[in-house]
Design a protein around this ligand. Sequence first.
Ligand code: UTP
Length: 408
Amino acid sequence: MMNYDAALKKLREAGQEHVLRFFDTLEDAEKEGLLKQIEKTDFSVLQNIRHRGVPLTRGAFSPLAAMELPEIEANRAQFTKTGEEAIRAGKVAAVLLAGGMGTRLGSDLPKGMFNIGETKTIYIFQRLIENLREVTDALCPVRLFIMTSEKNHDVTVRFLKEQNFFGYPEEKVTFFEQDMAPACDYDGKVFMEAKDQIATSPNGNAGWYVSMIKAGLDKLLREEGIEWLNIFSVDNVLQRIAEPAFVGACIERRVECGAKVVRKNAPDEAVGVMCLEDGKPSIVEYYDLTKEMMDAKDEKGEPAYNFGVILNYLFYEPALQRIVKKELPLHVVEKKIAHIDEEGNEVRPEAPNGCKFEQLVLDMIHELDSCLPYEVVREHDFAPVKNRTGVDSVDTARELLKKAGIAL
Ligand code: UTP
């Protein structure tokens, strides 16, 4: 293990000596823990703070036509048949991205443990598993991978075990942890979470595939013949998971990935929009959407950039193997970061006070050759819980759930 001098040298080179501010006051075990953390932390990501607020360089955007509802309806029987066959043959698995910290929701517990019910208890995890079970109870269970992070792994596992995985067969559930990255203030100085601990946060939702491989799960995929991975976020309480028609459409259209998309409800709605960038599938963030793009029309006279992603994708795993070594862009994201100040007092900020560094799953899509944007109806598939109140909140999600006939 790294000794004090080596740690100090590493920190000096990174301009982070303050990490050792409380070192002399620590117990031996705490000292050891901190030295270990310094040893394993890659401080070089902090240099990206200089990119804060600077948009990433993008290529030339052009529209990518979505498969819209009429086409889906016309082919639904065929798509469903193909999807069901793939599911029955064990070729499809679901991957729940539950490593995030859900800072906007502001609960200390993992987001999946949030009770979205009103008169009864309905945990978000329960809602997601109920939706998955709609498919798997009728066909057969699929493997469910759950990504957690160091921050929420133990509590997530304990909770789901206590709840008996909400009726999902435990032997089909596999957890894996994603990696962490240090979090810092606007000057690039890493925050301390405690006197013996550097503040870290999960390294973004693109970490899922690399982390699966690190956990040795690629072998399991091969052994079981899993070819398609349906990744989905923890906070959309309506989405259909491993939906046969969606799976079938991707297989029939021979794409490397499929993305569930919803028709935008306003040209400037705050969702990432599916498109092509330099001829490859991509997602343009709403704040990068120019007036010209908002006004552009397709050959039917409809807005050309009209379909937003909902973080529910189906990846063809052999295609991911090809791109796994590619370096994805690092996004500098402003967040509320709890920490201790110079006197050691705890600070729980009310507003963003620093940055985290994340790789995002949407950048994986850009590395692939093809993607099928597959239209879903908002009221069936999209009720995100990001905030406590207001837009995309507990309140809006409850309304949508009730509309969908789910008793709360
Ligand atoms: P968000 O970016 O909306 O979630 O992630 P967040 O970071 O948890 O929330 P805020 O911004 O702090 O409020 C969308 C999905 O990606 C997962 C989340 O758990 C959620 O399902 N995610 C995000 C990860 O699994 N790992 C990450 O590092 C980040």
